[in-house]
Design a protein around this ligand. Structure first.
Ligand code: V55
Ligand code: FE
Length: 530
């Protein structure tokens, strides 16, 4: 089984300090080291003098080189092997947790999902690639930077924070990012977005509320952009505070003005990581990863997996007041990511990847040990016919049972619409790789890169108006034979068997990611004159 967290794990064999030294030696400019943040005298007695992450890889930020990175890098004109398409013009953004400071011993068991968000970008234009990374300068990052130590305790548990940070946003912005209304927004599902400049990665607003219209303490990491209207559609769960059942939903027009919002309630407070939007409907998915106030009060992580609770699919009309929301149950599947969704009249179809049980072993199971077999993700097609007024069951079918994987994606231009092509980070008997699925023919092609561990891929259209699925899959591969040194890999979706058309050869292991996003140059703001 593989999980998002696998993207964050380090290859064995290299000492972290030696690795960072090597990164500097390659000529990569490491930003931030020269800044001085004097430790206030009052704090210094209680502070460790040195930053020393634990050696134990199970500890927060612990383990060998590459587990965390911390260096903010500018690398102009990266080395490219193969042939980057001349007319490819846009930016591949990625984000993932990168622990900023070690935790005090009592919180050393905190999980990787709590690492501070480190954004990286590959600006691709005219066959050239410029690489840049910056931490999202969240309220949390800034407070810890000034204090030179960790001030926030366990994952999504404000009761474990240092009293000095009460009232600050706990958000790490470590999960996904989108460009919309010319802003790069970085997300963590427990907090509002962080607005960054899509060229410089400078943080412009550490608590972005869409002009005050985000009436929620939270915002998903998986908003959707409607390709027809250009609208941004999003939601936040646990919207009114810790373990609250309230859900806030909204949309914003092309300029970022909120043009619709409403509030609904979940059957219980649990993880709602992704959601689906169609032209007519919004589909919520509540997993039985429950917000556990007992665990939170005891100083643990936010969630427990409770297999006795049903997972719910919730469907409501888009643009309505939410009163029509209906919750459906059926086979109890732990689904995390949406591949695609559409409405055909009153018939709603949602494809998600999901397992039969908990996919996140670092969130304790309440009733049984973690079962890796049940965690394996498969593509699940949920259908609901809303005309059947009295039926509160969904139908679900497992597609392509021969492949398993996580982190499903599609050609993002087909959010909300009937779609043909889906992509899955796959781990099957045929080896690991990026699976390209054609729902029209049922064909599955596997793009594998020998001796590389692949992160999630993102689809890049060949041209702005290229047909669905015509383009490239782009993503990071870490070389297993080179201590995890990274390539940015580009695979032509029409010539999968030919292998990568281009590899951007990075002189180090890139900071880890959870998700990535491609922004066409036409969706980026003009670069301001110096
Ligand atoms: C996920 C990732 C998170 C998180 C909750 O499914 C869910 C992925 C990187 O953080 O907080
Ligand atoms: Fe996700």
């Amino acid at each position: 089984m593989a999980r998002e967290s696998d993207n964050l794990s380090a290859p064995p064999g290299v000492d972290r300090r030696a690795f960072l030294g090597a990164a500097i030696g390659t000529g990569a400019a490491i930003a931030g080291l020269g800044e001085s943040s004097p430790v206030r005298a009052a704090d210094s007695a209680s502070l460790p003098r040195q930053i020393d992450f634990p050696d134990n890889p199970r500890s927060f930020g612990g383990g060998p080189a590459g587990t965390n990175n911390r260096a903010e890098i500018d690398l102009y004109d990266c080395e490219v092997e193969g042939k980057l398409p001349d007319d490819l013009d846009g930016t591949f953004f990625r984000v993932g947790p990168d622990p900023q400071y070690p935790k005090p011993d009592r919180y050393a068991g905190d999980i990787g999902f709590d690492g501070e968000g480190h954004v990286s970008m590959f600006r691709i234009r005219g066959g050239h690639v410029d690489y840049r990374t910056r931490y999202a300068k969240t309220q949390r990052w800034k407070a810890q930077h000034a204090a030179r130590r960790s001030l926030f305790g366990m994952y999504r548990n404000p009761l474990t924070d240092d009293p000095s940070v009460k009232g600050l946003s706990r958000g790490t912005a470590n999960t996904q990012l989108f460009v919309h209304h010319q802003k790069l927004l970085a997300f963590k599902e427990d907090s509002p977005p962080v607005y960054m400049d899509p060229h410089t990665l400078e943080t412009i607003d550490d608590y972005y509320t869409f002009g005050g219209k985000l009436d929620s303490q939270t915002h998903t990491a998986h908003p959707k952009i409607d390709p027809v209207t250009g609208e941004y559609v999003s939601f936040g769960y646990e919207a009114t505070g810790l373990a609250s059942k309230d859900i806030f939903l909204f949309s914003a027009d092309r300029s970022g003005s909120v043009n619709w919002s409403t509030k609904v309630q979940a059957p219980y407070a649990g993880m709602m990581h992704d959601f689906a939007v169609t032209q007519k409907h919004i589909i919520l998915y509540l997993t039985n990863m429950v917000a556990d106030m007992d665990r939170i009060r005891a100083g643990g992580v936010h969630f427990s997996y409770d297999s006795t609770r049903p997972c719910y699919l919730g469907i409501m009309r888009r643009g309505g007041d939410g009163k029509d929301l209906r919750w459906f149950t059926g086979q109890n599947l732990f689904c995390t990511h949406v591949m695609g969704a559409w409405s055909d009249g009153d018939k709603v179809t949602v494809d998600m990847d999901g397992g039969e049980g908990n996919q996140f072993p670092f969130f304790p199971s309440l009733h049984e040990p973690f079962d890796p077999g049940k965690a394996a993700g498969r593509i699940r097609r949920f259908t609901v016919d809303l005309r059947r007024r009295s039926d509160d069951r969904f139908q679900v079918q497992t597609l392509y049972p021969q492949i398993s994987g996580v982190l499903s994606r599609q050609d993002d231009r087909y959010h909300t619409l009937p779609y043909r092509y889906g992509y899955l980070n796959s781990f099957g008997p045929g080896g690991s790789g990026w699976a390209l699925i054609d729902h029209a023919t049922g064909q599955v092609q596997m793009a594998s890169v020998p001796d590389y561990a692949l992160s999630e891929m993102t689809f890049v259209p060949r041209k702005k108006d290229a047909p669905e699925g015509d383009g490239y899959l782009i993503g990071i591969g870490n070389s297993l034979k080179e201590h995890g040194r990274s390539d940015l890999i580009l695979i032509d979706t029409k010539e999968v068997a030919a292998g990568p058309v281009a590899r951007v050869k990075m002189p180090f292991k890139c900071v880890g990611q959870v998700h990535g996003f491609w922004a066409d140059a036409r969706d980026l703001p003009e670069v301001r004159a110096a």
